[in-house]
Design a protein around this ligand. Sequence first.
Ligand code: FAD
Ligand code: 2HG
Ligand code: ZN
Length: 466
Amino acid sequence: ASTASTTVRNQSFSVINSDDINYFKKILGESGVVQDEEKLDDANTDWMRKQKGSSKLMLQPKSTQEVSQILDYCNSRCLAVVPQGGNTGLVGGSVPVFDEASGILVCEAGCILENLISYLDNEGFIMPLDLGAKGSCQIGGNVSTNAGGLRLIRYGSLHGSVLGLEAVLANGTVLDMLGTLRKDNTGYDLKHLFIGSEGSLGIVTKVSILTPPKLASVNLAFLACKDYTSCQKVLSQAKRNLGEILSAFEFLDINAMDLVLKHLDGLRDPLPSSTHNFYILIETTGSMESHDKEKLEAFLLQVMESGLVTDGVLSQDINQASSFWRIREGIPEALMKAGAVYKYDLSLPPEKMYDLVVEMRGRLGTEANVVAYGHLGDGNLHLNISAQQYNDSILSKIEPFVYEWTSKQRGSISAEHGLGLMKANKIHYSKSAETVQLMASIKKLLDPKGILNPYKVLPTSLLSHS
Ligand code: FAD
Ligand code: 2HG
Ligand code: ZN
């Protein structure tokens, strides 16, 4: 049971006692019941080191059956449970089976994303998602947060790629929805409730996922633009001219670039001849090298001749490509090294996106460094505000302004990271009252005592449990 320091503990939850611990040891063995303070401290601290839980016990079940027994017991004792995967979330077991003919991977929720990527690589396939935290995040966590990442523009969201899953409800009931069919319109497709519900409705224990074939030709271009409007125009042209081979379209502004070059070791500016205001990464993935190269080169010529792109370089080998990716994927780490960071993950109409960044800079002046980057191809801005220290003056200039601004544009206050603890009480900026009420009813139906991930996702005011 974990609560952030600022959250008032719900008194209806029980406190763990020695009988509970003995029961868990009986079903999981000594090694599955962790009370070691250092390990608990790690698990109680989020990646951003902003939220601190106070859980006294970590359980490490190895099978669906064990998850089910744990939840059944916790539900009857009213013990709160926080599902945790790789603990890389930003808002506050592992036996893969693969069918080569269909490209469908069935695996346990505890598989680390990078291990799945390597496993599939040997089989000639790829995962339909990739993100900077791949070395530690787990597929169960990815599905539970509906993680987007770097290739969503090509492969779509996990609501499309996940074909089935197994989940355990709060009372221990195991829901077998582990289908591997592309089409199955037999009633409500309940797996979607668990994709992106951040552990608030059940624990995902297994996943089946459609994986695209690995294609022979992957190219990566690192480009510079003088202004944001040019970035947007490059995006429209890339969609039109590179359409079927486009596999990533990411952007970063000069503040993000400066931060990465300052805080991460071994990285060089790929376009050092002059300074640029904006950078774009364009990746193409296709089946025929000569065709893809010809297309990409013609596209680059066009955007450079028209002045939309002021400088650019095509990666010459895999090492150069990974150093380009390292610049983009390393931004969250660089921000952590720079000091305190206020993180906002917004979906906005692309033409309005950077106006918010400019307004935010006007509000904050020299008090903080406003850093912008993200999945421009998906209309997803990562607005990060970096400061020496957290302080109320900065926060009051950011919030509620950032949420109100986003809401006015009918944007989303969480494009891909979820609501967690940080934004549970902010959901109304993006969802209507009726919608949130229905969500609360679903939560009550599936988890009547509210033991699963309390204080997260939905406003606490709506979650008075029996
Ligand atoms: P955790 O952090 O352990 O948990 C996240 C949430 O899911 C929690 O609410 C938890 O209770 C719940 N949960 C975890 N496992 C389960 C389960 N088996 N069943 C039910 N609930 C569960 N996110 C993106 O969308 N796109 C990105 O590009 C991206 N890049 C990132 C880069 C870095 C460097 C970092 C640190 C994070 C990034 N993230 C990104 C955020 C994060 O990595 C993802 O949200 C990831 O999917 C979380 O997986 P996890 O296993 O670490 O989950
Ligand atoms: C990314 O795209 C992640 O790098 C993290 O989603 C975003 O740190 C962030 O703001
Ligand atoms: Zn992201």
